[in-house]
Design a protein around this ligand. Sequence first.
Ligand code: CO8
Length: 260
Amino acid sequence: MQYENVQIAIEHGIATLVISREKALNALNRQTLSELEHFFGEYGPEIEHLKGVIITGAGEKAFVAGADITEFSGLSATEGQALAQRGQDIFFLIERFHRPVIAAVNGFALGGGCELAMACHLRIAGEKARFGQPEVNLGLIPGYGGTQRLIQYIGKTKAMELLLTADLIGAEEALRLGLVNYVVTAGEEITKAKELLEKIATKAPFAVSKIMETVNAYFEDGEDGFEREVSAFGECCGTEDFIEGATAFVEKRKANFTGK
Ligand code: CO8
């Protein structure tokens, strides 16, 4: 696929995706969604020795300022539903990706941008980052999972308030509420994200993917997370990395995981 709006750089096993529509504050239009869909559905899963993925926005002002509002005009109920479904399906690809995905939030993360960050496994906010779900200002509600994931991260009380008022919050408030993992100096978001991915890359890759799967299962309808934990635990026991991890502990050395 020809990527137009998502710039991809792969360095030392880390793929950095830059949403690059700076003039529209990196708003997610249909093309950008297709590119994310292709990366997380087709290209990304095939990259060998991938440690993880970082998503950020081009420029200093915005991570992603939402879905592209210029594509909304004249949207019928059926078309709106289809677009929301498509966005949700793509964001599930991110949430269920086999390697950790970190949002490096360098500015406005609004509407679909906040939803994109929330679909990632971890979030680093630059000190100028601003988060919010302002859809109600447009006569809309979030459509890419915002009503559900915001509750998962910050609880119903504050989520309800932010969704109803369209208020934006800054990085420190996002940290206090549990929406982001770290706040860093502006410009240091990617460095911090890389540091975390390098740390996670020293762990057994299969166990890492099973942790993400099992944690996500807590929020999935019809899933029993405890059952999933038992079966994932068993799967880990069948790996060479488990033997290596346990042996390395006994031999008092660092484990050398191979992903097998
Ligand atoms: N879509 C398209 N263009 C945008 C968007 C957007 N979401 N946000 C900003 N832009 C454009 C502006 O139109 C402007 O373009 P131009 O220079 O051609 O006029 C340019 O980016 C710069 O923006 P501003 O001049 O407005 O910059 P300010 O610094 O004054 O303001 C803000 C920055 C506060 C971020 C402001 O741009 C803003 O409020 N943007 C819209 C934020 C928003 O409402 N986001 C939610 C969108 S809805 C959504 O995401 C729903 C997701 C689910 C969809 C489900 C499918 C139907």
